[in-house]
Design a protein. Structure first.
Length: 229
């Protein structure tokens, strides 16, 4: 009896291309990223037409995205004129620094004694900051800087404080880029202070860790206000 012909190989199902994000989401991401990394400086007037052309969408999703960004406090809408990118105010700087100090000093003390997982993660983030600094990517350095501090806050285990700290994310990133552009030497200083904070946590000295945080975060207020001469 002749052998049966080999069964045909099953045809793998065709992969469907990932669905692109909605138009309003693309506009929102475009504007927000440009504001945070200061490609759109405070005082810049954005028009619906220019943004629609830049992202390749109609004006309707642009309006939707701008309304969302106004709620977040990054822009101010002016009917028939456009959207004004808001500059970082002195009050905002004071509020952010005060909140960071309250949260981060507590978290630094709570981090001691530190778990091996936290130490390994902080070492990884510190090395990432060094690499990004060498590449000169200020926006990415600012993100890594913020992640270093956020990791310590999350490790404290207080979800309410973690959520509060996360709400400061955009403001911190924007201020961080501004400081590094105005004071290039601050990049290396930040990395050095992060290493000091890691050393204090690793050695089990809670008070020393809190003191590093106080000096490090307090310096932000001086630099962003332009008081460092």
């Amino acid at each position: 009896m002749p052998a049966a012909p080999p069964a045909a190989a099953a045809t793998p199902p065709a992969r469907t291309a990932p669905k692109p994000p909605p138009a309003a989401e693309r506009v929102y991401a475009h504007v927000k990223e440009a504001v945070l990394d200061r490609r759109y400086e405070g005082g810049t007037l954005l028009t619906e037409g220019d943004l629609a052309e830049a992202v390749g969408v109609s004006r309707t999703p642009v309006r939707e995205a701008l309304l969302r960004l106004e709620v977040e406090g990054l822009i101010k809408l002016y009917p028939k004129k456009g959207a004004l990118v808001l500059a970082v105010s002195a009050q905002e700087i004071a509020d952010v620094v005060e909140t960071r100090l309250l949260v981060e000093e507590f978290a630094a003390r709570k981090a001691v004694p530190a778990s091996p997982r936290l130490i390994a993660r902080l070492e990884e983030l510190l090395e990432k900051q060094r690499t990004l600094a060498e590449e000169g990517d200020l926006a990415a350095v600012s993100v890594a800087d913020r992640c270093f501090h956020a990791e310590i806050v999350r490790d404290a285990g207080n979800q309410i404080l973690s959520r509060l700290y996360d709400q400061l994310r955009d403001r911190q990133l924007r201020m961080g880029v501004a400081v590094m552009e105005a004071h290039p030497g601050r990049i290396e200083a930040n990395i050095t202070e992060h290493a000091e904070l890691l050393d204090a946590i690793r050695s089990g000295d809670a008070e020393a860790a809190a003191q590093v945080v106080r000096r490090h975060v307090g310096r932000v207020r001086v630099l962003v206000r332009g008081e460092d001469r």
